[in-house]
Ligand binder design. Structure first.
Ligand code: HH2
Length: 286
């Protein structure tokens, strides 16, 4: 069983002495809901609250455990957005989804956005900057919200300009462990660790992190992998358009699940759950 602890009520979580514990078997799915005009794969497709809610309903019915709502694209080269603009995108959707039987995550690196999103109904924060800003740690602890800590080298605007590592696996996993310890010591109840596929990483870095995943999943924190439709899948699989990269995304995420990932962050929830269920059944027979 995998699990994530919160200190606030969360749909599907059991109340215990230390808070609300969400538990799930095997690898769960976090559905991506980008309320943006410019995300690299689904930009503009769910930009109005009505479109976003229709997509949320589809992902919920398909079996997503978590919906990850983002108002700012973090694709390579993306320009930063103001907090007010980001909030204008995510708050109407979060308010409409509040009360739905699904865990709501806000995908942001801005403390102001995270704070308002938690007040509007989000249960957890997905921070692609890995809780770099101490204010993010403080507010997650205060709200009793779990956090996804992702590794990113630099910033989206410039992160793909010649990223270099001496030992990418040791550096990325070491960073995640340190951030987790800091967050827990400050009172963040639960953390998910994410190697940040494509965030300041070249093809060989992404592959090394995925091949080395056991070293991270063997630790105390659940691990999330998000490779859905990313550029390296296009390179390896010969799929130029992001929308054509679901088969390669499945291959990466099945690998991640086999190597202990507790959650995958995906665009196509139904296809992933089907594949993960079949893989789990095959492994159960072993
Ligand atoms: N990838 C993206 C955004 N947020 N969060 C986590 N934890 N892990 C990831 O790998 C991750 C993430 C980028 O993908 P997407 O949301 O599809 O695109 P965009 O940033 O262009 O909106």
């Amino acid at each position: 069983m995998n699990g994530l602890l919160f200190r606030r009520p969360v749909p599907g979580a059991e109340r215990g002495p230390d808070g609300w514990r969400l538990r799930w078997p095997g690898c769960a799915v976090m559905g991506i809901l980008n309320v943006t005009p410019d995300s690299f794969s689904d930009g503009g497709r769910h930009a109005t609250p009505e479109q976003a809610l229709a997509q949320a309903k589809l992902m919920l019915e398909a079996g997503a455990l978590v919906l990850d709502i983002g108002g700012e694209s973090t694709r390579p080269g993306a320009q930063p957005l103001s907090a007010a603009e980001e909030l204008g995108r995510v708050l109407p959707v979060l308010r409409a989804l509040s009360g739905w039987p699904v865990v709501l995550s806000v995908d942001t690196l801005k403390p102001e956005v995270a704070q308002a999103a938690l007040t509007a109904g989000a249960h957890m924060v997905n921070d692609v900057s890995g809780l770099r800003d101490p204010e993010m740690v403080r507010l997650c602890a205060e709200a009793g919200a779990a956090a996804c800590i992702m590794h990113m080298r630099g910033e989206p605007r410039s992160m793909q300009e010649r990223p270099e590592y001496e030992d990418v696996v040791a550096e990325v996993f070491g960073y995640l462990r340190t951030q987790s310890q800091t967050a827990r010591a400050a009172g963040v109840p639960g953390v998910l660790l994410d190697p940040g596929i494509g965030f300041g990483k070249r093809l060989e870095h992404n592959l090394a992190l995925l091949r080395g995943l056991d070293a991270l999943t063997g630790g105390p924190d659940p691990v999330l992998v998000g490779a859905s439709r990313k550029g390296f899948i296009g390179v390896l699989g010969g799929a130029e358009r992001a929308a054509d990269r679901d088969p390669g995304s499945l291959a990466v995420h099945l690998h991640a699940a086999r190597h202990g990932a507790a959650m995958v962050r995906v665009h196509d929830v139904a296809a992933h759950l089907q594949a993960l269920r079949v893989q789990a059944a095959l492994e159960a027979g072993g």
